[in-house]
Design a protein around this ligand. Structure first.
Ligand code: XMP
Length: 507
C-alpha cells in the first residue's frame, strides 16, 4: 500500500483515489499521525506528501520529522509536500505571485517519474510559494513556463517532488506520473474487486459474529443498498432492512426502490412516516432547521424500530471520505476508526454496534463493486440523493404545492436526460423551487407562477462540481415540458455556478 500524508485541503483524497484507480491500495493519514511506529506497523511501499494551504516557514506550518527522509522508501512530495521536502533537505522556499490553473512545463529529465511524458506538457498548478533553490544533492527535472522549478529528484535517494498536481485531471499526464511512481515503489497491483470483497468479508465476519439482530436502513441509494446487500450475504436471517418514506422522496420512489431491492433479495420493512415528517416541517423556513428536524425524526423512527426488538447492530453505508473527514482513520490495525457515523447520536452509538462494510471505499469504488456483485444498473447508476430529500431542494417552507412542483419538475429533468442518454454522464440532475414568483401568460390570463431552477452538475466526488453544459435544445425541451406539464410554473432557470463558490444542493 501507499500512504498519503495529508497536509490539509481537498487534494489528499484525489491522490488516494488516483492511486487506487491504478490498482494499488492507498490510505490517508493526517501528518500529525505520521510516526515511525505507524510506518513499522503498516509498512507502506511508499509515501506521498500531499498539498496543503500552508507556507513552510510559518511558525504553525505542518511539519514531519527528518526520519521520514531516511526511511529509504520512495517519497513523492506534491505542491506543499514538494516545498516541505525542499525546505527539509537544504533547499529554499520563497513567496511569489504564484501560478494557478493550467500551466506548461518543460520536462528536462524524462526518465523515472516522467517516463512517457513529452518535452512540454500541460499541468495544473495552484501555488504562491515556490522552490527557489532545490534540495542538496538533487536535480531539477522540470521547469514551468514562468521559470519556476516544477520538479526535482534526489540524486541517490528515491525522493521526488512536483510543484504541480498530478492527481488533478487537468494535468494531462498526471496518471502516467503516478503510475511511474507506483513502479518506483514496486507496489503490487492487487487492489482489485476480489481484494475489496475479501477485505470486506474479513471485516464482516469479525464484526457480525458479535451481532444477534441487525437493523439496516436502506434508501435504494447505491451506498446503503450495497452495504445492506453485503451484510445480507453474511448475516442472512439476522438482518432486518427498513425503508423509511419521509414524504420527501422523488416521484414513484418508494415503489421503485422496493421493487429494485426485491430484485437483489432485500425485502425491507416499509415505514411510511410521511405525515409525521411533513407535519414537523410545517412553518419551518430555514435550511439548517429543516435538516435538523429531519435528522432528529429519522433517529426517532429508527429508535422506535429498535425498541423492544433487541437490535444490537446497525448497518451504515459510510464511505472512506466520511471516515477521514470525521477525524477517523483505518490505520495500522485497519479497524481503529471511531468517528461520528452519519450523524448518529452518542446514545444510539453506545447502544448498538455500527457495521460499516464500505468504510474502506470511495463512491466510484462502491459503484464498481456493485457492478462486480451483479447488482442491477438502476442501482449502480442512481444519482446521489440527499438524506433530507426534496426538503433541501425547496427553499423556504416545504408546502404541498412546492413539493408537488419540485417532484414533477425533477421527474421531467431525469426523464429528458435519460431519453437523451445524458443521465449517466452527469453527477446529479434535479429541479428546485423557492418562493420567487414570475408573472406568466397562460391561455389569456396572467398567472403569478413559480420559478423552477434546474441544476445539473458534473463532479467526481461532490467536493467540487461544474455546471453541465447542457445543449440548448435539451434545455429548451426541459423548460417547455416543465411549464406545460406543471401549470403553477411560469419560469425555468438553469443554475450555472460551480462549486465552490456555490454548493450542489440549493438549501
Ligand atoms: P452540497 O450541496 O453540499 O452537496 O454541495 C454535496 C453532496 O452531498 C449531498 N448532500 C447531502 N447528502 N444529506 C445527505 O445524505 C444531506 O443533508 C446532504 N446535503 C447535500 C448532495 O446531494 C451532493 O451530492
Amino acid at each position: 500500500m501507499i500512504l498519503v500524508v495529508n497536509f490539509g485541503g481537498q487534494y489528499a483524497h484525489l491522490i488516494a483515489r488516483r492511486i487506487r484507480d491504478l490498482r494499488v491500495y492507498a490510505e490517508i493519514i493526517p501528518y500529525t499521525k505520521l510516526t515511525p511506529e505507524l510506518i513499522e506497523d503498516i509498512g507502506p511501499d511508499a509515501i506521498v506528501l500531499s498539498g496543503g494551504p500552508s507556507s513552510v516557514y510559518e511558525p504553525q506550518a505542518p511539519k514531519i520529522g527528518e526520519w521520514v527522509i531516511n526511511l529509504g522508501i520512495p517519497i513523492l512530495g506534491i505542491c506543499y509536500g514538494f516545498q516541505l521536502l525542499a525546505a527539509m533537505m537544504g533547499g529554499e522556499v520563497k513567496r511569489s505571485k504564484g501560478e494557478y490553473g493550467p500551466t506548461r512545463v518543460n520536462v528536462l529529465d524524462r526518465s523515472n517519474l516522467f517516463k512517457g511524458w513529452g518535452e512540454e506538457e500541460l499541468v495544473w498548478m495552484s501555488h504562491s510559494d515556490y522552490v527557489a533553490s532545490p534540495p542538496r544533492d538533487s536535480t531539477v527535472t522540470a521547469i514551468s513556463e514562468s521559470g519556476y522549478i516544477a520538479a526535482f529528484k534526489h540524486r541517490s535517494l528515491p525522493i521526488y517532488g512536483v510543484q504541480f498536481h498530478p492527481e488533478v485531471r487537468h494535468t494531462n499526464k498526471g496518471s502516467v506520473l503516478l503510475d511511474n511512481f507506483i513502479k518506483i515503489a514496486g507496489s503490487n497491483r492487487d487492489w482489485t474487486e476480489e481484494r475489496k470483497i475479501s477485505l470486506i468479508e474479513e471485516y464482516l465476519k469479525r464484526e457480525l459474529s458479535r451481532c444477534s439482530s441487525i437493523l439496516s436502513a436502506v434508501s435504494g441509494g447505491v451506498d446503503s443498498t450495497v452495504a445492506t446487500f453485503l451484510v445480507n450475504r453474511f448475516a442472512g436471517g439476522r438482518l432486518t432492512p427498513i425503508f423509511v418514506n419521509h414524504g420527501l422522496l422523488r416521484r414513484d420512489e418508494p415503489e421503485n426502490v422496493l421493487n429494485l431491492l426485491k430484485k437483489v433479495g432485500i425485502n425491507p420493512v416499509y415505514v411510511d412516516a410521511s405525515e409525521e415528517f411533513l407535519r414537523a416541517l410545517k412553518g419551518i423556513k430555514g435550511c439548517e432547521e429543516k435538516r435538523k428536524i429531519i435528522g432528529g425524526l429519522f433517529i426517532k423512527v429508527f429508535s422506535r424500530a429498535l425498541e423492544g426488538k433487541n437490535f444490537d447492530c446497525l448497518v451504515q453505508g459510510t464511505l472512506y471520505p466520511d471516515v477521514i473527514e470525521s477525524g477517523g482513520e483505518i490505520g495500522a490495525d485497519r479497524i481503529k476508526s471511531h468517528h461520528n457515523v452519519a450523524g448518529l447520536p452518542e446514545w444510539l452509538r453506545s447502544k448498538v454496534r455500527v457495521i460499516e462494510p464500505l468504510k474502506y471505499l470511495y463512491k466510484d469504488e462502491v459503484r464498481k463493486l456493485a457492478i462486480h456483485l451483479g447488482l442491477p444498473k438502476d442501482i449502480v447508476e442512481r444519482h446521489p440523493f440527499p438524506g433530507p430529500g426534496l426538503a433541501v431542494r425547496i427553499m423556504g417552507e416545504v408546502t404541498d404545492e412546492k413539493l408537488r412542483i419540485v417532484r414533477e419538475a425533477s421527474a421531467i429533468v431525469e426523464e429528458v436526460l435519460r431519453e437523451k442518454g445524458l443521465y449517466n454522464r452527469v453527477w446529479q440532475a434535479f429541479a428546485s423551487v423557492g418562493d420567487d414568483r414570475w408573472v406568466g401568460v397562460k391561455g389569456d390570463a396572467r398567472v403569478d407562477g413559480y420559478v423552477v431552477t434546474v441544476r445539473i452538475v458534473e463532479s467526481e466526488d461532490a467536493m467540487t462540481a461544474d455546471w453541465y453544459k447542457l445543449p440548448p435544445d435539451v434545455l429548451e425541451e426541459i423548460s417547455k415540458r416543465i411549464t406545460s406539464e406543471i401549470p403553477q410554473v411560469t419560469m425555468v432557470t438553469y443554475a450555472v455556478t460551480t462549486k465552490p463558490p456555490s454548493t450542489i444542493e440549493p438549501c
